[in-house]
Design a protein around this ligand. Structure first.
Ligand code: GDP
Length: 411
């Protein structure tokens, strides 16, 4: 793989059986990331590639990432987990697999289905702002232009309702199985004048580096290194970390001056968003900071919330969420039990429009505005001010039960 290409994380979303795995498998093959011999024989040969990756992920085996990577002219892509997979939401939120863009797969014969809507809303909630729509299984509808246009109109309305601009979102008629319009324009769709999927992937915007936002560096680990001292380690989410700058760790409440910054054994003057660094701060000891704390500058320290308002979507909850429920919230590197103080407004999960004031409970599939009280101080930011630090996953009983974003800090 060429080293100089910008890296992008790509998610494939859409209703079950609409062809996400088949599309990924075919794309990897056509882009040369896997060889024909690696495919099994038979009808579902492309799908097996992703199934195999999926199984390995489920077993917790480290996958050979080369299989889930491919290149376009401009970018090197890694395919991140699809929302169907268990920890997709948590990984997206904690940044482990934050997707820079998503391909929404909608089967032309089925049209918009419940998970199509859910995944569009969830993508917005998780901060995916770039979308490509693949209208799949065009072979099943005889490559009908009318069918394509009809579905394009319906999907445009749906994505507009959650805040995407349909005019900026490319639509492509494809057959994941036959390979139409994936890397080459297909003669089966002479009426289609747009780009192939790969051309559209190449035309996505580069993920922006939020250097102009305040510094936020969630701490992943804290090491003691002989000759250096205490070294907190983490990835810069926003802003710039500079040597000789005064830093505040919250909610720990300790401050100090940055003595040195290191990345991959090299000394740096400064670190930018995306950089995984270790840094040493004068006067800060091993027990003063821990995983879940966030570093910012003393001039603009991280926000410690005692109470906040949030918009959430309930993904899979075996029971109901009521006032008083106290599951664990995962935000950046922090894991903190938080109590639902009030359920304020139930929202339409497909559009985010208000549906009901003060509902008695929330169940799987519901979206709502709620008020949350962390059981101890927690760093979280208003999504409108520092989007990268405003999201959280709610975990309970070993699974991600809900996802959300902080929309207001009230205490
Ligand atoms: P996923 O659940 O969204 O990942 O869907 P899969 O990729 O597993 O596909 C579901 C089924 O649809 C499989 O049997 C595929 O072979 C089939 N399929 C996927 N894409 C196409 C397509 O473009 N044309 C046809 N005819 N079948 C497809």
């Amino acid at each position: 793989m060429a080293k100089d290409k910008t890296h992008m994380n790509l998610a494939f979303i859409g209703h079950v059986d609409h062809g996400k795995s088949t599309l990924v498998g075919h794309l990897l093959l056509l882009e040369g990331a896997i060889a024909e011999q690696q495919l099994d024989d038979g009808e579902d040969k492309f799908r097996f590639v992703m199934d195999k990756l999926g199984e390995e992920r489920e077993r917790g085996v480290t996958i050979d990432l080369a299989h889930a990577k491919f290149e376009t002219q401009k970018y090197e892509y890694t395919v991140v987990d699809c929302p169907g997979h268990r920890d997709f939401v948590k990984n997206m939120i904690t940044g482990a697999s934050q997707a820079d863009a998503a391909v929404l797969v909608v089967a032309a014969n089925d049209g918009i289905m419940p998970q199509t809507k859910e995944h569009i809303f969830l993508s917005k909630t998780l901060g995916i702002n770039q979308l490509i729509i693949a209208i799949n299984k065009m072979d099943v509808v005889d490559y009908s232009e009318d069918k394509y246009n009809e579905l394009k109109d319906e999907i445009s309305k749906l994505i507009a309702s959650v805040g995407f601009k349909p005019s900026e979102v490319p639509f492509i008629p494809v057959s994941a199985f036959e390979g139409d319009n994936i890397t080459e324009k297909s003669s089966n769709t002479p009426w289609y004048k747009g780009n192939t999927l790969v051309q559209e992937l190449d035309a996505l915007d580069e993920p922006d580096k939020p250097v102009d936002l305040p510094l936020r560096l969630p701490i992943q680990d804290v090491y003691s290194i002989t000759g250096v001292g205490t070294v907190p380690v983490g990835r810069v989410e926003t802003g710039v970390l500079n040597t000789a700058e005064n830093i505040a760790f919250e909610p720990a409440g300790v401050t100090g001056e940055v003595k040195s910054i290191e990345m991959h054994h090299e000394i740096l003057d400064k670190a930018e968003p995306g950089d995984n660094v270790g840094f040493n701060v004068r006067g800060v000891g091993k027990n003063d900071v821990k995983r879940g704390d966030v570093a910012g500058t003393t001039k603009n320290p991280p926000t410690v919330a005692k109470e906040f308002k949030a918009q959430i979507v309930v993904l899979q909850h075996p029971g109901v969420i009521t006032v008083g429920y106290t599951p664990v919230f995962h935000a950046h590197t922090a894991q903190i039990a938080c109590t639902f103080l009030s359920l304020d407004v139930k929202l339409d999960p497909a559009t985010g429009q208000p549906k009901e004031e003060n509902p008695d409970f929330l169940k799987t599939g519901d979206a709502a505005l709620v008020t949350i009280k962390p059981t101890k101080p927690m760093v979280i930011e208003n999504i409108k001010e520092i989007p990268h630090m405003g999201r959280f996953a709610i975990r309970d009983m070993g699974q991600t039960v809900a996802a959300g974003m902080c929309i207001d800090i009230t205490d």
